[in-house]
Design a protein around this ligand. Structure first.
Ligand SMILES: Nc1ncnc2c1ncn2[C@@H]1O[C@H](COP(=O)(O)OP(=O)(O)OP(=O)(O)O)[C@@H](O)[C@H]1O
Length: 635
């Protein structure tokens, strides 16, 4: 009926402004948000309705990085929405606010979450008229000025306003109802209202002019504006006392830091010594040939003796105890090629070449005589996993075989060193193929699509098999996608990262705004697998854009920023357009990639869904090639 149409039109206008008309791309084609379906009956993504009355009750569209505008007029002026909408959540969407004076028309709102956006200026007075509000989150925006008197909202239980530039005094809330409160990292001043000390210092910190419990700053110690001379004197004395007290604290603090640094330094030195001993045992030293800008490896013995040829030589292996210990602990995994016996000595003797140094260690290409094969040896540094845990993990990984995942052929573990031996892959990595585009080498759409599908299938298999053991890849990127003899993709270095390392990387790459360490528990083991999905999304973006993710380029942000300008083909690698690759299928693959790099891990699809979507795109592409081939033969 008329009301329903009005509500639908309003919602479509709302999403169009939120997403700069890119809702299909951002939410996906199956999100439902279109004029031919119904928000309630067809379950639009993020919309929840009353089952009986089929009217909109909740809108939850968090973590989409829409980068558009939340115009309160779009929904708060429509009675059929306002009457039932009580929950609106648009967290982490990088939105600006428009017509926020109309927000009070959404009068039944009890939950309003607008954190992680780009709302600026002062908060509209209209917020203080949302009388039913229980929870309000306006944190992580660019709001400034004085807050309206939100203390008039009697039922408020949660107020999050941290990380803005708000000033003035904190409203006199009745804190007895509050379950959560945070105004830290603002410019609030004056006395914290009574009972505000029910919340910890972290709720108030970094407001230079704020004083009173729970903060250590008493209000008298803050510089007062023009006051009478009589009052001034005792205050100054008091503040001097406090300065002395704080200086004492600082001195004690500095002494503590010094002691800790000394301990760390000593420990490091010990570690370094041990490392050097172990390195000596390996008799290898990587030496940079600065003149030719080439990297070569010489045995330490050779370099000492001044031998001119590079590589590992038999002289490098002495029969001392440490070498004996090393050769014993090289574990050769079940590989038919290795049956004729790979010994650590063989590795040491063989000529080797440094292929590269990554964040987690170095990879050497080793030409082995016995057995006659070329190997890639990865030396992992500073991996705190215990020897037995490492062994268990390697043996577990060895049981899970997939034709598109490169198995390790051997491994070695000591306290200081972890070595992994793989067969060397002659055809390089996906990274090299991508870099080749810029020197004029062709990298066809069909090859890119089949690499994407191959990697997705292999990853889906590994995830399924290793979900229970909590072992994701942990470091998926185009340099770890190698090409085997048939030019098929082969995922390398699966499962080499420890959980703690994964946690740090997740924080940096996938939760850039979070400064907390992500605790690894059973519950969030799932999130570690979702980090692989993000990484795979980046690989898809690399295939589509021809650009490579590196320290200087955050590909996901770049793509999202180009897309928000307008729905555009600008993101695609020009050589793909020139080649005549199907724009429709490129867009489809882009949609998969954008879903994978969603900031929120829960919003990312599962690898099975990803693999299915990519296979469908590839199959369509194959069919279109067949069709065009047969039409051209008919013609
Ligand atoms: N089995 C292999 N065969 C051929 N090349 C390999 C093999 N394993 C690794 N490489 C190549 O060796 C180079 C260095 O690998 P490495 O894993 O150290 O680098 P990275 O992936 O950039 O860093 P990291 O994995 O430590 O984050 C890469 O170019 C990689 O493609």
């Amino acid at each position: 009926d008329e009301d329903e149409t009005l509500a639908k039109d309003a919602l479509l206008k709302f999403i169009a402004e939120l997403s700069n008309n890119n809702s299909t791309l951002i939410l996906g084609t199956n999100s439902g948000w279109n004029s031919t379906s119904d928000p309630c009956e067809d379950n639009w993504l993020g919309v929840t309705c009353n089952a009986k009355t089929l009217s909109v009750e909740r809108i939850i569209l968090d973590d989409y990085n829409f980068y558009g505008t939340f115009d309160a007029n779009t929904i708060c002026n429509v009675e059929s929405i306002v009457d039932t909408l009580f929950y609106l959540s648009l967290k982490n969407d990088l939105l600006q606010g428009k017509n926020m004076d109309s927000i009070d028309k959404c009068k039944h709102l009890t939950h309003l979450f607008l954190g992680g956006n780009r709302f600026s200026g002062s908060l509209s007075q209209s917020f203080s008229r949302l009388n039913n509000l229980k929870r309000l989150d306006i944190s992580k925006n660019e709001l400034s000025g004085v807050l309206p008197d939100l203390s008039t909202i009697s039922g408020l239980m949660e107020f999050e306003a941290q990380n803005n530039q708000l000033s003035g005094e904190i409203p006199e809330f009745d804190f007895s109802n509050f379950v959560a409160f945070n105004v830290s990292f603002n410019n609030f001043g004056g006395l914290i209202p009574p009972e505000g000390d029910r919340f910890p210092v972290s709720s108030y910190m970094d407001n230079p002019l704020l004083c009173g419990a729970p903060l250590a700053t008493t209000c008298s110690s803050l510089p007062e504006e023009a006051d009478s001379d009589d009052h001034d004197k005792p205050k100054r004395n008091l503040s001097r006392d406090e300065i002395l007290m704080f200086s004492g604290y600082i001195l004690i603090g500095l002494a503590l830091v010094f002691v800790i640094l000394l301990c760390v330094y000593k420990k490091r030195k010990q570690k370094q010594k041990k490392k050097e001993l172990s390195l000596e045992a390996m008799k290898k030293v990587a030496a940079f040939d600065h003149d030719s800008d080439r990297i070569t490896i010489t045995s330490m013995d050779q370099s000492k003796k001044g031998a001119s040829n590079s590589g590992f030589s038999s002289a490098a292996v002495s029969s001392d105890e440490s070498n004996a210990a090393i050769s014993q602990s090289l574990v050769v995994l079940t590989s038919p090629e290795m049956n004729n016996g790979l010994k650590f000595e063989n590795l040491l003797k063989a000529p080797a070449e440094l292929l590269g140094r990554g964040k987690h260690g170095s990879v050497y290409k080793v030409m082995c005589d016995n057995p006659n094969m070329t190997l890639a040896v990865k030396r992992i540094k500073d991996w705190s996993i215990s020897g037995s845990e490492f062994k268990k993990r390697m043996q577990k990984l060895d049981q899970i075989r997939h034709p598109n995942v490169l198995p390790a052929v051997a491994f070695y573990s000591s306290r200081q060193e972890k070595l992994l031996v793989y067969e060397y892959q002659n055809n390089g990595s996906l990274l090299r193929l991508l870099q080749g585009i810029h020197t004029g080498q062709m990298f066809h759409w069909s090859s890119r699509l089949s690499i994407a599908a191959g990697v997705a299938d292999a990853l889906a298999f590994m995830h399924q098999e290793l979900q229970h053991d909590g072992i994701p890849h942990g470091n998926l990127k185009s340099s770890n996608i190698l090409l085997n003899n048939n030019m098929e993709p082969c995922i390398s270095e699966y499962g080499l990262m420890s959980s703690t390392e994964i946690s740090t990387i997740q924080n940096q790459a996938q939760f850039p705004s979070s400064s907390n360490v992500f605790p690894i528990t059973d519950e969030n083991a799932e999130a570690m697998f979702k980090a692989d999905i993000y990484a795979f999304g980046v690989i898809l973006l690399e295939l589509l854009t021809g650009k490579v993710q590196n320290n200087g380029l955050d590909l996901a942000s770049w793509v999202v920023s180009v897309l928000r300008e307008e729905w555009t083909v600008e993101v695609f690698d020009r050589t793909l357009i020139q080649e005549g690759a199907s724009e429709e299928r490129m867009v489809n693959l882009l949609q998969v990639a954008v879903k994978c790099v969603n900031h929120s891990p829960e919003a990312r699809p599962s690898i099975n869904q990803v693999a299915l979507m990519i296979t469908t795109i590839r199959d369509e592409d194959d069919r279109s090639i067949d069709v065009s081939a047969s039409t051209s033969t008919i013609i």
